[in-house]
Ligand binder design. Structure first.
Ligand SMILES: Cc1ncc(COP(=O)(O)O)c(C=O)c1O
Length: 470
């Protein structure tokens, strides 16, 4: 591809992106494609000779696009959102064009210094105390892995990386029974072992962990000769938004010298609104916090912020400095690759800079407040609709409901059938979960371009589809 062709194709890609965004409401949110249907249209082996860009692009439109789930669709109410505000998409075009590998300060000083600033902008935006530093990670899973590795190394007096785990005391880490599976994986990968993730039962309307049970578990483990290492608390769990009492968890951690990591991957974005900060009262006492601007805030995937109170313990856990990675003659610099497991780093700060400047915090707060209000409104309407029950009340903009099955029909089978039938229509997209062992349908309002009218469409789609199943 020569320079002028690169220019033409870049224009074409940008035009395509703008048309795609403009036409989203006319597409089904989720493709109605069968497993294997896309793979069946793609050559089984790579081409030996070059193909024309026009053919490649045409195949993208013909094969790939019809097989995509449209996460930027305004009627996407499934999982949690993965918002990409247009300004952040434009920043990503620029990042793609520069294609820098930003592992060290000297491999892209602007990327490092903008990252430092953006993390601090977000610290202020979320109302966190100064003293928290942080970095941009690819995902909350990576940030949680970092935190678990620090818990491990701290507890083992930094011997884990050096000596390995055999011969060490059994490490124990505590979380509620509502945390995301990324916590399990971090525990596996860190060598702690699933059986040493102690699941504390939850209760109350927010389904937070029972802190008395937490303290008892820690004491029992110590008495048994184990090594408690840390606590992973949760604000806005994936299933139904479970939220721990962070102040109480931090108080227990302080008494026992444990490291606290808070997973607020989804709900963290809402903390730009002061009125929602009561959900994480006490968070300034945490050692590590993760939240994903790529979920609700509008920064194109991937973009996950890990705040840490003591970067030294993270760097002590993860940094390796062979000669070829040393930065000579530059004092006071930070190399963010020492703050994460992968060495290579994308330039993720640019999309945050574009996003935060283009909307201002007030613009972003207005969206989040709308989502919470519309979610509450939709839950209220469904509660009043015949045969519907709200299973979990809105936690910010997430709630779950169930529809009563016609006599004799299994409730779980009926509700799974309902969610599948709603999704098959393509108007909206919902997902299911289990609450106290029973199936419930989740509604997560949070797509960046969702309007109140889209939420009205969701209500009609749910109620009309349920009526066809009676
Ligand atoms: C509460 C919570 N924590 C962690 C994660 C994992 O996030 P990531 O995909 O960034 O690893 C999710 C994903 O939805 C989540 O909801």
């Amino acid at each position: 591809m020569n320079e002028s062709e690169f220019r033409d194709w870049s224009h074409k890609a940008a035009d395509w992106g703008a048309d795609y965004r403009a036409g989203l409401r006319d597409r089904p949110v989720r493709p109605q494609t069968k497993p294997g249907a896309i793979a069946g249209q793609i050559a089984a082996s790579p081409p030996e000779t070059a193909e024309a860009m026009a053919d490649i692009f045409a195949d993208f439109e013909r094969i790939v696009v019809p097989g995509m789930t449209h996460w930027q669709h305004p009627r996407f109410f499934a999982y949690f959102p993965a918002n990409a505000a247009p300004e952040s998409v434009v920043a990503e075009y620029l990042v793609s064009a520069m294609a820098a590998q930003c592992m060290l300060w000297q491999t892209s000083p602007a990327a490092t210094e903008l990252e430092t600033r953006m993390v601090d902008w977000l610290r202020q935006a979320l109302g966190l105390a100064d003293g928290f530093a942080g970095s941009i990670q690819d995902s909350a899973s990576s940030a949680t892995l970092n935190a678990v590795l620090v818990m491990r190394e701290r507890a083992l007096d930094w011997a884990g990386n050096r000596e390995g785990l055999p011969g060490q005391k059994t490490l124990r880490i505590y979380s509620s029974d509502q945390v995301h599976t990324s916590i399990d994986r971090a525990i596996w990968v860190a060598g702690v072992g699933e059986r040493n993730l102690v699941r504390i039962p939850t209760g109350g309307s927010l389904r937070g962990m029972d802190v008395t049970a937490l303290e008892r578990a820690i004491e029992a483990d110590r008495a048994a000769g184990h090594l408690p290492a840390g606590i992973i608390a949760c604000v806005g769990g994936t299933s139904v938004g479970a939220t721990d009492d962070i102040a109480a968890v931090v108080a227990v951690a302080r008494r026992h010298g444990l490291y606290v990591h808070v997973d607020a991957a989804w709900a963290g974005s809402a903390m730009i609104c002061p009125e929602f900060r009561h959900f994480w009262t006490g968070v300034d006492g945490a050692d590590s916090i993760v939240f994903n601007p790529h979920k609700w805030l509008g920064a194109q995937f991937d973009c996950s912020i890990q705040f840490v109170r003591d970067p030294e313990s993270l760097v002590r856990t993860l940094a390796i400095r062979p000669e070829y990675l040393k930065t000579h003659g530059a004092d006071g610099i930070v190399n963010y690759s020492e703050w994460s497991v992968p060495l290579g780093r994308r330039f993720r700060a640019l999309k945050l800079w574009f996003l935060l400047r283009a909307y201002g915090l007030e613009g972003l707060r207005a969206r989040i407040r709308d989502h919470v209000r519309w979610s509450e409104g939709l839950a209220g309407r469904l509660k009043r609709a015949p045969r519907f029950e709200i299973v979990t009340a809105p936690m910010l903009s997430l709630f779950s409901f169930r529809h009563r099955a016609p006599d004799g029909r299994d409730e779980d089978v009926h509700n799974q059938h309902l969610v599948d039938s709603i999704n098959a229509r393509g108007l909206i997209y919902l997902t299911q979960t289990r609450v106290d062992g029973r199936l419930a349908i989740r509604v997560s309002v949070g797509q960046f371009d969702t309007t109140e009218a889209d939420v009205d469409v969701a209500f009609d789609a749910i109620v009309e589809t349920a009526a066809t199943l009676n």
